[in-house]
Design a binder for this molecule. Sequence first.
Ligand SMILES: Nc1ncnc2c1ncn2[C@@H]1O[C@H](COP(=O)(O)OP(=O)(O)O)[C@@H](O)[C@H]1O
Ligand SMILES: [Mg+2]
Length: 301
Amino acid sequence: MSGWSVPTPAAPAAAPVVPPTLQVEGLSVRFGGHLAVSDVSLAVRPGRISGLIGPTGAGKTTTFNAICGVTTPTSGRVLLEGDDISRLGTHQRARRGIGRTFQRLEVFSSLSVADNVRVGQEIRAGWSRRRRPAPQFLAAGAGADPEGIGPADEVDLIVDRLGLAPVADVPVGSLPTGQARKVELGRALAARPRVLLLDEPASGLDDLESEDLGRLLGDLATAGLGVLLVEHDVALVMRVCADLSVLNFGQLIASGTPEEVQSNRAVLDAYLGGGGDEASAAAAAVAAGVEVGPGDPGALR
Ligand SMILES: Nc1ncnc2c1ncn2[C@@H]1O[C@H](COP(=O)(O)OP(=O)(O)O)[C@@H](O)[C@H]1O
Ligand SMILES: [Mg+2]
């Protein structure tokens, strides 16, 4: 011992780490002999939109189903704000704050737009132990104190915020897909989710509607909501997602920022190597910023 003490250089200030709202740890789902999801881990943080992408059949919807409790995983855990919810039923997870929309639009066609949103509220009715504040994005829109928004006002605010006020009393079955998808989103928001899982919300939307959806998702994230987005609209994914997880044949093959992922060779191969359809190949090409002629996906190799 020399007696000299060498001062330890001060560690650089670390960026504050926001704890994840949703954590999926080592999730696997097997259907008979088919491993649809294999050891997938991901996290969704408040105020961020995380993308879950991959070719058709990669296991995205199955991952959502396992997070919601619709499908029982073979192994792995789902944690919501640090609590293991893996053993809870679907309705219990919904009440705890897992909100979701479906790849195959699920709405009550004969009910009005406003009533569909009201149904979402019922999930939390009578469940006061874990009251959640009204979503900030509604309060901001109304210039109101979130605590002061009553249930009826909240339905009106959600309907209004989604641009559905002119059709509030119209049965959802008579609306075009773009509006019906917003109704489904409104129903999910009415349950005041802590994390929102969206399964191809831009499917059936035109370009303008898709841009509109992107802005809305951005507003939700800015208001603090964590979003996990499954989407084939690559332009939308690239615009709104802070990070991406990429699945192929049930396995997580890449994760990182959109920029990191779009130049990842394994990702491009996954989309173009026969696992995806032509639309997916074209989408991957767009993501990579490479022009691919029709019937010529090999141009990227
Ligand atoms: N209920 C099920 N029973 C058997 N196989 C299923 C079931 N659901 C999905 N699969 C299979 O699991 C794989 C992943 O499907 P899915 O999660 O729907 O993919 P993605 O949403 O990425 O397109 C596919 O091979 C699909 O055929
Ligand atoms: Mg799917």
